[in-house]
Design a protein around this ligand. Sequence first.
Ligand SMILES: [Zn+2]
Length: 126
Amino acid sequence: MAKPNKLYSVLFNKCPRCGEGDFFITKSAYNLKNFDKMNKHCPNCGENLVPEPGFYQGALYMSYAFYVAFMVIYFLIFVNVFPNYLDYFLASIIPILIILTPYFYRLARRSWLALFITPESKKTAS
Ligand SMILES: [Zn+2]
């Protein structure tokens, strides 16, 4: 693979350090039994994916930001494309947010950790 990239590892469930090992154990956010199970260490480079207890409480702020951004974008699309159907916006926003919950949960955790970890190729030595 090419050199690690934060955006890539956040979007594709990879370790933010090496971009190779998986972050969550399942590929799918919709595996209801295991969607929230993480590897504690990167299976490829051994990076500690749970730096301290409670580390991922900060991911709440990331998921909050994702929800707000999503709702604003969704609303703007509705207002501009379907201005006569705003009832559908109200009727659809809650189910859509519920469906997106596992996805945003995982996205939030990956992006939160990625804020604190530099991809390997940018490091000089360690
Ligand atoms: Zn790794």
